[in-house]
Design a protein. Sequence first.
Length: 153
Amino acid sequence: IINGEYEPNDDECQLKTDFLETNDTQLSDTEFGIPSFWLQTLKQVPMIADLIKEWDEPILKCLYNIKLQLHIEPITGFTLEFYFNDQSKNYFTNDILTKFYEIQIEPDKEVLSYEGTAIIRSRGCQINWIDTKTNVTKNSKTGELQSSFFHFF
C-alpha cells in the first residue's frame, strides 16, 4: 500500500468513506501509495528529525523503502538500505544508500563488566552527487559543509 503496489478493495476502503464524511478533504483516485511516507516517518523520530533540513526533504520524498539486512559472519552486524526512486537521479546516481553497523554481542575478555550488545563501529556509503549544486551536505554558494540528513551516510 505504501508504494502503491497493492490497492485495497472497496470493503477495505470503508475508512475512506468515513473520512470524507467527516472532513472536507478530497482524496485523489489517481494517487497510489502514501505520498512521502518515509520522509514523514523519519520526521516522527526525534533523533532523526533534528537531522532533516528543508533542503533534504525533496530528496527524502524520493525514498520509497528502507530495509534491514542482518549479518552473522564474518562480522556480526546489520546494514540499513535506503531505496530511492528515479526522481532521486536529479541529485545523485545511487539507487540505494547504505549504512553498515558492526555490533559486539559477546563481552570483551579484558573488560570486567558487560553492558549488553553494543555498536562498535559504523560505515556509510559514498553518495555520488550529480554536481556541487545538488550536494545538500555542502552550501552551494560557499562550498562549506552544512547540516544535512545525508551526513548520516
